[in-house]
Design a protein around this ligand. Structure first.
Ligand code: HEM
Length: 418
């Protein structure tokens, strides 16, 4: 009896402290002693991230500027006015025309990825994408940073950031990213960037931005690609239809992929949007209150939600994207959710893989472009199939800070004879 009482009291206390629903829109969680509002209501997401963005401009700082200036000066970590100025400067580097300008490089490396696999001359290449990429390439990246701006003949590609060995398949994709980052550094940031007519970005500022572009895009894009490979392997019909569209585009443009033709591919876009819906690489994002704010109650029995400076809220991407209120049968991989007819039914701000408002992902265009270029070249030459090692359903690895799955992403690549 006493045990039941104890369990009831402790359980109730924990529930009250950590997961009690307060209002229609929210759930309070604690990061140790720091109360954090988990915002579940799309309308409130809009209110806090767009309409009253001025009250919640920053992400939480993990590293003090005096300890690591390189980290704290990057766009993700910058706060308030410094963030505004840097964001204004950097936004110009991610416009459609800049992406168009980079496309040749992006596609060249994406093609190289497929060519390398074709050279294997194996009927079925069995791969674990994430593992290969994470273990081998991070080591290479850290140890072999060197100069150079070329793709060499043979089995090794050199970039300004890394040398990736020939058996490292998704590393070849990573090179796409490294290569483009080098482009940013060499071509878009010549010597010093002019900053608001009077100021200049220092070398350290530039390095900080290149650092965050690399890290923010490093794991996210390759994670999205791993999930893409898995879902396409498990959904043959979708893969076949997707390849059909790729072949049509290939034929129509005499085998030359252009920026415009890639982005015109509707089914590709539907598939990639659905990947980011079902498997958002960033499953949670934070904001810190920088100016006091009160959320007004919506229903008579609700209380106001008072934010003071330093309080936080979280945007739960994964939770929203898997909520049956917003996406029917959320576990089902269904690109039709993003067809022209159905897209309008998606409740605004229930789908936010790149975050929301002025602080959203600055690299989203770039991420989409490099992912699509890689998938295009891959599907043109290979059928992605499940192997004995393919886990289905995938299970997220608990206790990992990264977005990883139990046992890894195993698929097979079957060469398509042209
Ligand atoms: C599929 C790939 C990617 C996903 C899902 C993703 C997602 C996100 C999310 C959710 C945020 C936070 C947005 C918010 O707080 O509202 C973010 C911020 C950011 N991302 Fe990405 N990202 C991706 C790829 C990239 C790439 C390729 C780059 C760089 C080239 C990049 C650079 C950044 C930067 C610099 C920020 C901070 C923006 C700021 O604070 O102003 N991301 N990203």
């Amino acid at each position: 009896m006493l045990t039941y009482l104890l369990v009831g009291v402790v359980g109730g206390g924990l529930w009250y402290l950590f997961i009690r629903p307060l209002n229609h829109f929210e759930r309070m969680v604690y990061q140790f002693t720091l109360p954090t509002l988990m915002v579940k209501d799309p309308e409130l997401i809009k209110e806090l991230t767009i309409k009253y963005f001025d009250h919640f401009t920053d992400h939480r700082a993990f590293i003090r500027p005096d300890i690591d200036p390189l980290w704290s000066n990057n766009l993700f970590a910058l706060t308030d006015q410094k963030w505004r100025e840097m964001r204004t400067t950097l936004s110009g580097f991610f416009t459609s025309s800049k992406m168009k300008h980079m496309f040749e490089v992006i596609n060249e490396v994406a093609q190289n990825f497929s060519t390398h696999l074709i050279k294997k001359e194996e009927n079925l290449i069995e791969l674990e994408m994430k593992d290969t990429f994470a273990r081998k390439d991070m080591i290479n990246l850290l140890l072999e940073t060197r100069k150079g701006h070329k793709i060499e003949e043979g089995n090794t590609i050199e970039t300004g950031y890394a040398t990736v060995q020939e058996d490292s398949y998704f590393g070849r994709f990573q090179n796409l990213h490294h290569y483009c980052m080098q482009y940013f550094q060499n071509s878009i940031f010549p010597d010093k960037v002019k900053f608001k007519q009077t100021k200049y970005m220092s070398d350290d500022d530039i390095t900080s931005q290149v650092l965050i572009f690399f890290f923010a895009g490093f794991d996210t894009v390759s994670t999205a690609l791993c999930y893409s490979a898995h879902e396409l392997a498990m959904n043959k019909n979708i893969q076949d239809r997707f390849r059909e569209e790729i072949r049509e585009t290939h034929k129509l443009h005499n085998g030359i992929l252009t920026y415009d033709s890639l982005l015109k591919m509707k089914y590709m876009d539907m598939v990639y949007c659905e990947i980011l819906r079902k498997w958002p690489p960033v499953f949670l994002m934070d904001r810190v209150c920088t100016k006091p704010y009160t959320i007004e109650p919506k229903y008579p029995d609700e209380k106001t939600g008072d934010f003071k400076m330093g309080d936080m809220f979280w945007l739960p991407m994964f939770g929203l994207h898997r909520d049956p209120k917003y996406f029917l049968k959320p576990e089902v991989f269904d690109p039709e959710r993003f067809s022209d007819e159905n897209r309008d039914q998606i409740i605004p701000y229930s789908y936010i893989p790149f975050g929301s408002g002025p602080r959203n992902c600055i690299g989203s265009r770039f991420a989409i472009l490099e992912s699509k270029a890689l998938i295009y070249n891959l599907l043109l030459n290979f059928e992605i199939v499940p192997t004995k090692k393919t886990a289905n359903p995938l299970k997220h690895l608990r206790g990992s800070f990264q977005n990883a799955v139990e046992g890894g992403f195993h698929v097979g690549l079957k060469r398509i004879k042209q």
